[in-house]
Ligand binder design. Structure first.
Ligand SMILES: [Zn+2]
Length: 218
């Protein structure tokens, strides 16, 4: 089974794909991570990518699809891929479709982890870290205990407002370019929307149910 997981930045895609990878023994294809590795290892492609990025341009669809093909063509990963952070737009989705077909594979399930901007804002703006023990709290979802010692309000540090502004911008960019994938995969009868606003274990259960009920498991 090959699957896609997509949703707005901050929806918890990373956490959920880690869970899926472990439970179903899949390989996570995160294009962001692959790009970073290419740059770190200074491969021919990596050098090309970093010069593109330093010039302020985005890495071209062509380069990304070349990287993706490398994994799709590898027998080791055949029908064992979970795409996280790719495709990012309709063009990439169509491209992925033809790449998979070339290697006699397909997408079996597209999971949309749905979280509203309001919840994402609260996750970010409500978040604080205890400077003493490093525990993470959230004033909306997971309040710190009323203590005067460790985890007391005077030790809780919040993130700067910049983080929130950036998150809002990224959410809007997602809505514009990636959200059209919902219609795209719905039309292919592959879409399942998962409520990403519940707890992590609850989302795990929902996703497992969807994967287990899918036929054509390999
Ligand atoms: Zn503490």
């Amino acid at each position: 089974m090959n699957l896609i997981i997509f949703g707005p930045p901050g929806a918890g895609k990373g956490t959920q794909s880690d869970f899926i990878v472990k439970k179903y023994n899949l390989f996570q294809l995160s294009t962001g991570e692959i790009l970073r590795n290419e740059i770190k290892n200074k491969t021919e492609l990596g050098i090309k990518i970093s010069s593109t990025m330093t010039s302020g341009s985005l890495v071209s669809d062509e380069i990304v699809s070349k990287l993706v093909e490398r994994f799709i063509s590898n027998k080791k990963y055949k029908n064992r891929l979970i795409f996280d952070g790719y495709p990012r737009n309709i063009l990439q989705a169509k491209n992925l479709d033809s790449l998979l077909r070339k290697y006699e594979q397909k997408i079996n399930l597209a999971l949309n982890l749905s979280v509203s901007l309001d919840i994402i804002k609260k996750r970010i703006s409500g978040r604080s870290v205890c400077l003493i023990c490093g525990k993470i709290y959230n004033e909306y979802f997971n309040k710190a205990p009323l203590n005067s010692n460790c985890c007391g309000s005077k030790f809780l540090q919040k993130r700067s407002d910049d983080t929130l502004d950036l998150a809002i911008k990224r959410f809007q960019a997602y809505e514009k370019t990636t959200e059209p994938l919902i219609e795209f995969y719905k039309n292919l009868n592959l879409l399942k929307v998962v409520n990403g606003e519940t707890s992590i274990p609850q989302i795990n259960v929902e996703i497992s149910g969807l994967i287990d009920s899918k036929e054509g498991w390999l």
